[in-house]
Design a binder for this molecule. Structure first.
Ligand code: SAM
Length: 244
């Protein structure tokens, strides 16, 4: 039987004992949950791409941390520079002053258009949301976004790269995203998940999709916040062969 994964990655090193599940019903495997990781420590010195950054405060919160080397980070938004809020503009200036690359009009579902293939250790999407879009092909637009994002991100990560997606764990969102099907279609697999605590990222100001002035108090949203970690699924269950 082919080996499913290669070298272990920082995002898998979680000493937590709590076990939950993440993956399709067909090949559900135990993963650890409840434990937190600090993305700053994991990403320091790495080629990390941040997509869908509303006001760039998440990348900046990491870059400001002591002992975090953020010089290889790339922060991006699908918006143009002129549509940024004043906070967003200030944060961009701060990131640029720190030597961090900032990119505008980056579509997270078409990353190869903006970046070369296989160059990132990790691609991060904090609280993806499609905004108010109509249902297309009978699929929730958030599911379509996540599925297309994972399919796109798998091209720009290194062979052992990872993709991290943080969401509000409410039945409404999780049902809509349908991560299991999205990952399966993108030939990726969810290998781990962690609680996300915004208090670990001072200065991070979460914003909603359609209104840059509307902020959300993540801590009081009433639901857990969870970061799922995805890796390329190297095992094709149909053929029984390793994909790579
Ligand atoms: C709920 S907001 C979260 C913003 C920011 N990541 C945060 O945590 O505050 C969702 C973000 O996803 C972005 N988004 C939606 N579709 C996208 C796409 N195809 N490519 C890149 N970003 C996208 C929106 O522009 C918005 O900034």
């Amino acid at each position: 039987m082919a080996k499913a994964v290669g070298r272990r990655h920082e995002l898998e090193r979680d000493p937590s004992a709590g076990v939950t599940t993440c993956g399709s019903r067909k090949f559900r495997k135990p993963i650890r949950g409840g434990k937190q990781i600090h993305l700053g420590r994991v990403l320091s010195g790495k080629n990390a791409l941040f997509v869908g950054e509303g006001n760039f405060s998440f990348t900046l919160a990491l870059a400001r941390m002591e002992n975090v080397d953020a010089r290889r980070f790339v922060a991006s938004t699908d918006a143009s520079n002129v549509s940024l809020s004043s906070l967003g503009r200030r944060n961009v200036s701060d990131l640029v002053a720190r030597g961090i690359r900032v990119r505008f009009r980056v579509d997270a579902t078409r990353l190869l258009r903006s970046f070369g293939d296989g160059r990132f250790d990790l691609v991060v999407f904090q609280f993806p949301h499609s905004g108010l879009r109509p249902v297309a092909n009978r699929r929730n637009p958030n599911h379509t976004l996540i599925r297309s994002f994972l399919s796109s991100a798998t091209n720009v990560i290194k062979p052992d790269g990872r993709v991290a997606v943080t969401t509000i764990e409410s039945p409404h969102y999780i049902g809509g995203f349908d991560f299991v099907e999205a990952a399966r279609r993108a030939k990726m697999m969810c290998i781990n998940q962690f609680s996300f605590d915004p208090r670990l990222y001072p200065g991070y100001v979460h914003e909603v999709t359609t209104n840059v002035n509307q902020r959300v108090d993540l801590l009081n949203c009433g639901f857990p916040l969870v970061t799922r970690v995805f890796a390329k699924n190297r095992f094709d269950h149909q053929s029984g062969r390793s994909i790579q």
